[in-house]
Design a protein around this ligand. Structure first.
Ligand code: NAG
Ligand code: NAG
Length: 499
């Protein structure tokens, strides 16, 4: 405490001064209204909703967001809802995923007005706030999942520790280093310490990225709560983002003159990779989310883990485009299709196993958006968007490698996709063949079918809450859920990545 105290004071002063120095951050306010006009094509609707989703997401961050006027700069609230349910907190996971989405936005056009006047100030503040939160004593140390918007830790009983938070935060800070380095190459050329407020080769670590990487390398093999904050154990989502953070963190460590740390992160990442393979359940035919669980193991967390754990070069033992992940996607979709009344087909003759439906977190979910009522879970916007995203990413992978090969575990998925029950393991389709084009078109069409479900349940203003009702389809749970917007935006970008 004596060591931390001066640092905390300095950090608070910094944040206060920083808040005062901020000019009124310009957040573009758009007059769009999501048209419920069914004649609007999906493309046209996505274009409108992308702008609304970004606007609404920016309202939930500080500085500048109108939904969090009392938030310390760098904060991301999970939702502006203060009661029924109260989500007016910064969760480490939701904040890191949202900040990561904003780094992508920044990178796509670093010199835009938005990037310079809104995203850069936010991401700079997010980096400082991360340091502050890491050095603030809390019940679970860096595994603390939830903070008040004034940057003090939540101290009531909660599912802690959660080990995915530091890994996700590390990934966001790594991508922020890359974004800054790409935008301002002269800074690195002039000064190799230019990123020392994010990563500095020193122990004990005081820079935020180094602190998170050390934590991940040290604690990945300890049990913690899952991304839904309900179950303690070892989880696919957590391990997938830990493996990626350690590998990308090692690269940064080598470049920043910390080779011993780089070696240690690589070594630990190899062990996490080995563990990841053990989430394949050969008797079930898909990847399970948690070891030794009573649940089926089907979980939207597996899809999210694959999305956020797969590196740009494709490396992860079970990458997002693997047949194992597609088999998991099919299992989840088939379960959800019959689970929620809202998912009944408009046309009873429609037997497409990959028909677009609302996707919940996992079959056994009983959280109805306000309280736990066994059997009364609902579809979630972020899970429905993520199914679309996985399908678009699979199509993009096929486009870049020019071939699709069907493995044993992928047979049910590819049969469902091609509506061909005779398809066998070992089948291959290469670019130039008609079937290959059919695969690409079908992956995109099925993805679009899931985004059409998101569209159907989006309210007139274009707002996305957490869930939509299993029977009536209206929005429920926390309103304007930041993660709903981030996941939607990521799906839309994955779709744009197709050519
Ligand atoms: C910054 O970019 C330069 C030029 O591409 C590269 O050599 C260097 O490794 C990068 N630095 C970091 C920390 O990634
Ligand atoms: C994948 O499919 C292609 C195209 O049919 C085929 O040429 C190739 O041998 C297959 N590769 C494997 C490993 O089965």
């Amino acid at each position: 405490m004596t060591v931390l105290f001066p640092f905390i004071v300095v950090a608070y002063l910094f944040l206060d001064v920083y808040a005062l120095l901020q000019p009124q951050i310009f957040i573009p306010t758009h007059a769009w209204k999501a048209s419920l006009n069914v004649d609007l094509s999906l493309d046209a609707w996505l274009q409108e909703e992308e702008k609304i989703a970004l606007d609404n997401l920016l309202k939930n961050i500080a500085p500048g967001g109108s939904n969090c006027p009392d938030c310390v700069p760098g904060t991301v609230i999970a939702s502006p809802s203060h009661a029924h349910p109260d989500y007016y907190y910064q969760w480490t996971r939701d904040a890191a995923l949202t900040a990561s989405t904003l780094v992508s936005f920044y990178s796509s056009d670093p010199h835009s007005y938005l990037s310079q006047h809104s995203l850069n100030p936010f991401l700079t503040a997010y980096t400082s706030l991360t340091s502050l939160l890491q050095s603030t004593p809390s019940l679970a140390g860096l595994g603390e999942p939830k903070f008040y918007v004034n940057a003090t830790p939540y101290t009531l009983p909660w599912g802690r520790p959660q080990h995915d938070g530091p890994a996700l935060r590390a990934l966001t800070l790594i991508s922020w280093i890359h974004a800054l380095n790409m935008t301002y190459p002269e800074r690195w050329a002039a000064n190799r310490d230019t990123f020392s407020d994010i990563y500095k080769a020193e122990m004990p670590p005081r820079s935020p990225l180094k602190a998170d990487l050390e934590y991940v390398a040290q604690y990945w093999n300890q049990q913690g709560f899952d991304l839904w904050e309900e179950v303690s154990g070892m989880h696919f989502f957590t391990a997938a983002v830990q493996a990626r953070a350690l590998k990308e963190g090692a690269k940064i460590a080598y470049v920043l003159g910390d080779p011993g740390a780089g070696d240690w992160y690589i070594q630990q990442a190899a062990e996490v990779d080995n563990m990841l393979l053990r989430f394949r359940d050969s008797s079930k035919g898909y990847i399970i989310e948690t070891f030794d669980s009573d649940r089926s193991g089907l979980d939207c967390g597996v899809l999210l883990g694959a999305v956020h754990g797969t590196r740009a070069d494709g490396s992860l033992p079970l990458p997002v485009f693997s047949d194992e992940v597609l088999a998991t996607l099919l299992g989840l979709v088939k379960d959800m299709a019959t689970r929620f009344p809202i998912n009944a087909a408009d046309d009873a003759a429609d037997t497409d196993p990959l028909r677009g439906v609302g996707i919940g977190r996992y079959p056994e979910d009983g959280y109805d958006g306000y309280e736990l009522v066994p059997g009364m879970g609902n579809p979630w916007f972020l899970c429905t968007s993520t199914v679309a995203q996985v399908l678009y990413l699979r199509a993009a992978r096929a486009q870049s490698v020019g071939v699709v090969n069907v493995t044993d575990i992928g047979v049910p998925f590819w049969r469902a996709l091609l509506r061909d029950d005779n398809l066998q393991s070992g089948a291959g389709f290469a670019a130039g063949e008609t079937k290959f084009d059919t695969i690409l078109a079908r992956l995109k069409a099925v993805g679009d079918d899931f985004l059409a479900v998101v569209r159907k349940h989006t309210d007139e203003a274009g707002s996305l809450s957490e869930q939509f009702d299993r029977e009536k389809g209206f929005e429920r749970g926390a309103r304007d859920l930041t993660w709903s917007y981030a996941a939607f935006l990521e799906a839309v970008w994955a779709r744009k990545g197709l050519h």
